[in-house]
Design a protein around this ligand. Structure first.
Ligand code: ADP
Ligand code: MG
Length: 574
């Protein structure tokens, strides 16, 4: 019997994450505490607690230095990489390098604290775990996690570490379009041979994968391409720059000097962008944006499309690359599946359709949830689900990056120059006899596991010496254990905050309830006093009445008094 509820799928997105699980022969996407089915991948540190998700995203403008996002663009990266230095300029939070590793420095509980991208990621994973556990009413351990196509071995390993830190067991790390393809395959009616192109454009990355479905349920990944710097946030940045310039022209002031103003502007720009997917014009109204200036303006869809023209163009280049890599013609593609929030942009849909000579795009699967849907399905399969519906579903992944060796350094990447690729590790293959260049014969074997993580082994044919390296993100077992313990501490802190708030709420509501009781007593007292006063006045004025009249009066008084006396819990009648 497999533990149906225990394995979940998490689509870990650059900007939004989503969690689901397999139940009663179908996938359910789990809503967060606010009822939303996707949760912002944001972590915010305050004086009292660590916030994750919606509440953290709301902190961006008020607590910009301590609210961390875009962690996908941090994880497994090299601080001195020029691209990374460019990325850094967009973030209000502080990043620095220590012993070859990246850290985010924030203020938490009034103190400076450094967190690795793995830890921040683990907090997001933990949040998704909490959302699932609250819904399922039991603990969750096993998980399949999606990542962008272009994540290299180091980045994938970092995600595995982050899940360990979060107390999760990563069954598999899977490319997000592959997860979406599983969702597509599960959804469709049997139609035989298909070439399916999954186009996933999210907040920070663009991923294109081409699948060949020769046999029912067997998804063979034949080519992948991706751009880790192409997504919704880049479109947002263009709008931000546009309005920063407009502000300069209108008011002769540079609002970029104020981080808070910039964050508020960015929030509104993202909103406007979403609106422009449905309307031709969006309005932006931000009061007191900078030095008490109210900024009221608007943006047309046309203008938005123009300012992103070059970015949109690079999308078709990626698709072209996938076709070339797979040696396919446009007309060989039977189905184009759209995934990711940014595929809602009409211009992008139009461009893709036009690229394929007007072909209709498949929008049958929910673009926000498809990846979580597929990841949850795989999680269920990997934990032993033998449901008939899942029978024969198989995913064969491809490695998107080329692998290479220079002397005995191992690189991964698509550049012909080793310096532009990722150094994954170095070999120690001692005892090789000195020989002229090209003479020692060393056999190198690359072995990629299902998570896309590389193992490399080297064998010196002359001496028979062997060595093997497994790519790790550099965390030792002890360090991971320490981080797991620390996460537990944050969890306890959070629990303490929750309990404190709950205790306060109980006291608060009891106090206000009592105040209502006092008000009630006061009202009743007034009512009784009036009735008593009435009775006294009547007695004074009617010294010589008949028995019936006294009894009638007594009944009237009792009618008023009895319910009050009963309410107060005094037994008997006056
Ligand atoms: P990721 O997986 O990279 O986190 P998602 O697939 O969740 O990203 O997509 C998030 C991105 O989609 C954000 O940049 C968001 O602004 C954008 N987005 C969401 N809805 C729309 C829309 N209706 N129109 C344009 N962009 C949208
Ligand atoms: Mg995504």
């Amino acid at each position: 019997m497999y533990a149906e509820k225990n394995a979940v799928g998490i689509d870990l997105g650059t900007t939004y994450s989503c969690v689901g699980f397999w139940k009663n022969n179908r996938i359910e996407i789990i809503p967060n505490e606010q009822g939303n089915r996707t949760t912002p991948s944001y972590v915010s540190f305050t004086d009292t607690e660590i916030l994750v998700g919606e509440v953290a995203k709301h902190q961006v403008a008020t607590n910009p230095y301590n609210t961390v996002f875009d962690v996908h663009r941090l994880i497994g990266r090299n601080f001195y990489d020029p691209d990374f230095q460019t990325d850094m300029k967009h973030w209000p939070f502080r990043i620095f390098e220590k012993n070859g590793r990246l850290y985010v420095r924030v203020r938490y509980k009034g103190e400076k604290k450094d967190f690795s991208p793995e830890e921040i990621t683990s907090m997001i994973l933990l949040k998704m775990k909490d959302i699932a556990e609250a819904f399922l009413g039991e603990s969750v351990k096993n998980v399949v996690i999606t990542v962008p196509n272009y994540f290299n071995s180091l980045q994938r390993q970092a995600i595995v570490d982050a899940s360990t830190i979060a107390g999760l067991n990563a069954l598999r790390i899977i490319n997000s379009p592959s997860a979406a393809a599983i969702a597509y395959e599960l959804d469709r009616k049997p139609t035989g041979l298909r070439n399916v192109l999954v186009f996933d454009l999210g907040g920070g990355t663009c991923n294109v994968s081409l699948f060949d479905i020769k046999h029912e349920g067997i998804l063979d990944v034949i080519a992948v391409a991706g751009n880790n710097h192409l997504g919704g946030e880049d479109f947002d940045n263009r709008i931000v720059n546009h309005f920063v310039q407009e502000f300069k022209n209108k008011f002769n002031k540079d609002l970029t000097s104020n981080v808070r103003a910039l964050c508020r502007l960015r929030e509104q720009c993202e909103r406007a962008k979403r609106i422009l997917s449905a309307s031709k014009q969006a309005f932006i109204e931000i009061d007191s944006l900078f030095e008490d200036i109210d900024f009221h303006t608007s943006l047309t869809r046309d203008r938005f499309e123009k300012m992103n023209q070059d970015l949109f163009m690079s999308i078709t280049e990626l698709i072209d690359k996938v076709l070339q890599d797979s040696r396919m013609k446009k007309s060989d593609v039977n189905e184009i599946v759209l995934v990711g929030g940014s595929t809602r942009i009409p211009k992008i849909q139009r461009m893709i359709s036009e690229f394929f000579n007007g072909k209709e795009l498949n929008k049958s699967i929910n673009s926000d949830e498809a990846a979580a849907y597929g990841a949850s399905t795989l999680a269920s399969i990997l934990s032993g689900n033998t449901s008939k519906k899942l029978e024969g579903l198989l995913l064969v992944e491809a490695n998107s990056l080329s692998l290479g060796i220079e002397t005995l350094d191992v690189y991964e990447g698509n550049s012909t120059r080793s310096i532009e690729n990722n150094l994954l590790g170095e070999f120690e293959l001692s005892g090789i006899l000195p020989a002229p260049k090209g003479v020692p014969q060393i056999k190198i074997t690359f072995d990629i596991n299902a998570d896309g993580i590389l193992n490399v082994s080297a064998f010196d044919k002359t001496t028979g010496r062997k060595n093997k390296i497994t790519i790790t993100s550099g965390f030792s077992k002890e360090e991971i254990e320490r981080l797991v313990a620390e996460t537990e501490k944050y969890r306890m802190d959070k629990e303490r905050v929750i309990q404190k708030v709950q205790a306060r709420n109980v006291l608060e509501s009891y106090t206000y309830d009592l105040r209502n009781v006092i008000q009630c007593i006061e009202n009743m007292k007034n009512e009784l006093e009036n009735a008593v006063q009435d009775s006294i006045t009547w007695l004074d004025e009617n010294q010589e009445s008949e028995k019936d009249e006294y009894e009638f009066k007594l009944n009237l008084l009792k009618k008023i008094a009895n319910p009050i006396v009963m309410k107060l819990g005094v037994n008997g009648s006056p």
